[in-house]
Ligand binder design. Structure first.
Ligand SMILES: *Cc1c(COP(=O)(O)O)cnc(C)c1O
Length: 364
C-alpha cells in the first residue's frame, strides 16, 4: 500500500525498480517519458546533425526553460545550464563581481564541497546561529547581526545533503534584502521537493534528485535586478538531458507542484513516525519537518564504518537502497555519519515496515 495517493501514478510512470529505492537525495528514478525523450533526441542528433536537431526543438527548449523558471521563481532569460549544481556554483563565483576577500555567511547545514569552493577563493565563511537543536537558521539572530555587519552575500542550502531540515529561505531573504545583502540558494535538494519560489537573488540546483530528471544537468538562475551583477556566458550543453529535465518538470506541474510538496512532506512524516524509537537509532529532524529526506543517527558507540556496514546490509540482504552519509556533506553540523532515507512518491508502507524491522535487528 502506497503512503501517498500519488504513489501509484508515480510508480506506473516508471520501470519497476530492482530494489526498494529510498535514495532520491542521491538521484531520483526518471520516468519512462523522460528516458524516451532523451533517447529520441540522441537518435535525432545522429539522424539530422546535432545543431539542426537542436534548432528543431528550439520552441520546446524555450518552453522547458520557462517552466523551470516559474518553478524556482525566476524568468527564463535568467537561467543558464551547467552539468551539475557544483559547476553552476563555480560559474557563479567566477562571473560574480565580488570583492577580493569576500565574506559569506552560511547555515550549519552547508554542503561541504560548497565550503571547499569558498575556501579555494579565499572567502571568509561564518556559520549562522541555529534557532533550535535541528539546525534551522535563527532568523531573528541573523536580523540582529545584519544591523552591525553585512557580508558580501549569504549562501543557504535550502535543504542540506545530510538533514531533512528545510531552511526558512523566504524569511532569510527578507531580512537580508532589508540590509541590502544578496542571497544565493543551493536548491540541489529542494527543487521538486519543497516550494522553491523564495525571492533569492541567485539559485542553482540539479535535475537528477527530487525532480527525477537525468544526471548531468544543473541550472543557475540570477535575477536581473539582483543586488550584485553577474556575467555568465552560456556553454556547451547536454540538450537531450535538458529536454529530459523539461519532461520531468512538466510531469511535476501536471500533477501539481503544491500537491507533490504536500505528499512528499507526508511521506517524510510517515517515515519518521515509522522509524521513531527503532533500536537505538535517532531521528534527526522534527517528525513534521516538511520534507521527505529523513536522517537517522546511529546507536551510541557506532563508528562511521558501522553505519556503512548497515547501509550495505540493507542493500544486499534486505534489498533497500539508502545512503550512509558522512560528515563531509555538512562539516559544520558535526562529525557523525548518518543513515539517509529519501523515498519518493512511490514509498509503500511495507517498505517502511521492512526497513524498521531490519534496523531493529541492527540497532540493539
Ligand atoms: C547533491 C548536492 C549538491 C551537488 O550537486 P551536483 O549536481 O552533484 O554538483 C550540492 N548541494 C547539495 C545540498 C546537494 O545535496
Amino acid at each position: 500500500m502506497y503512503v501517498s495517493v500519488l504513489g501509484e501514478h508515480f510508480h506506473r510512470a516508471r520501470l519497476n525498480p530492482a530494489m526498494t529505492h529510498l535514495d532520491s537525495a542521491s538521484a531520483g528514478r526518471s520516468s519512462n517519458a523522460v528516458i524516451g525523450t532523451i533517447s529520441a533526441h540522441l537518435w535525432r542528433e545522429a539522424e539530422r546533425g546535432s545543431y539542426v536537431a537542436a534548432d528543431d526543438r528550439a520552441d520546446e527548449l524555450a518552453r522547458d526553460t520557462r517552466d523551470l523558471a516559474s518553478l524556482i521563481g525566476h524568468t527564463a532569460d535568467e537561467i543558464t545550464f551547467r552539468e551539475s549544481a557544483r559547476a553552476a556554483l563555480r560559474a557563479l563565483l567566477t562571473g560574480w563581481s565580488l570583492p577580493v576577500s569576500s565574506t559569506v555567511w552560511v547555515a550549519k547545514n552547508e554542503f561541504g564541497p560548497n565550503l571547499v569552493e569558498f575556501d579555494r577563493r579565499g572567502y571568509s565563511v561564518r556559520p549562522l546561529p541555529d534557532g533550535d537543536v535541528y539546525g534551522h537558521v535563527d532568523v531573528d539572530a541573523l536580523e540582529n547581526m545584519l544591523q552591525f555587519e553585512q557580508p558580501d552575500f549569504i549562501h543557504i542550502c535550502h535543504v542540506g545533503s545530510m538533514s531533512g531540515v528545510v531552511q526558512p529561505v523566504p524569511r532569510i531573504v527578507e531580512v537580508a534584502h532589508a540590509a541590502r545583502v544578496p542571497v544565493v540558494v543551493d536548491m540541489a535538494q529542494s527543487v521538486g521537493h519543497v516550494p522553491t519560489v523564495t525571492g533569492a537573488d541567485v539559485v542553482y540546483g540539479t535535475s537528477r534528485k527530487w525532480l527525477t530528471g537525468p544526471r548531468g544537468v544543473g541550472f543557475l538562475a540570477v535575477r536581473r535586478d539582483s543586488l550584485r551583477s553577474v556575467d555568465i556566458d552560456s556553454s556547451e550543453a547536454f540538450l537531450a538531458g535538458r529536454l529530459g529535465l523539461g519532461v520531468a518538470v512538466a510531469e511535476l506541474q501536471q500533477v501539481g507542484q503544491q500537491r507533490v510538496y504536500r505528499e512528499l512532506a507526508a511521506i517524510g512524516r510517515a517515515t519518521r513516525e515509522r522509524l521513531d524509537g527503532i533500536g537505538s537509532w535517532e531521528i534527526l529532524e522534527p517528525a513534521d519537518e516538511p520534507s521527505a529526506l529523513v536522517t537517522l543517527g546511529p546507536p551510541p558507540g557506532w563508528q562511521s564504518s558501522d553505519v556503512h556496514a548497515a547501509r550495505d546490509r540493507l542493500f544486499e540482504e534486505v534489498g533497500i537502497l539508502v545512503t550512509a552519509a558522512d560528515s563531509w556533506r555538512a562539516p559544520l553540523a558535526g562529525d557523525q555519519t548518518v543513515l539517509r532515507i529519501s523515498g519518493h512518491l512511490d514509498v509503500q508502507r511495507e517498505d517502511l515496515d521492512r526497513l524498521a524491522d531490519a534496523l531493529r535487528t541492527m540497532g540493539y
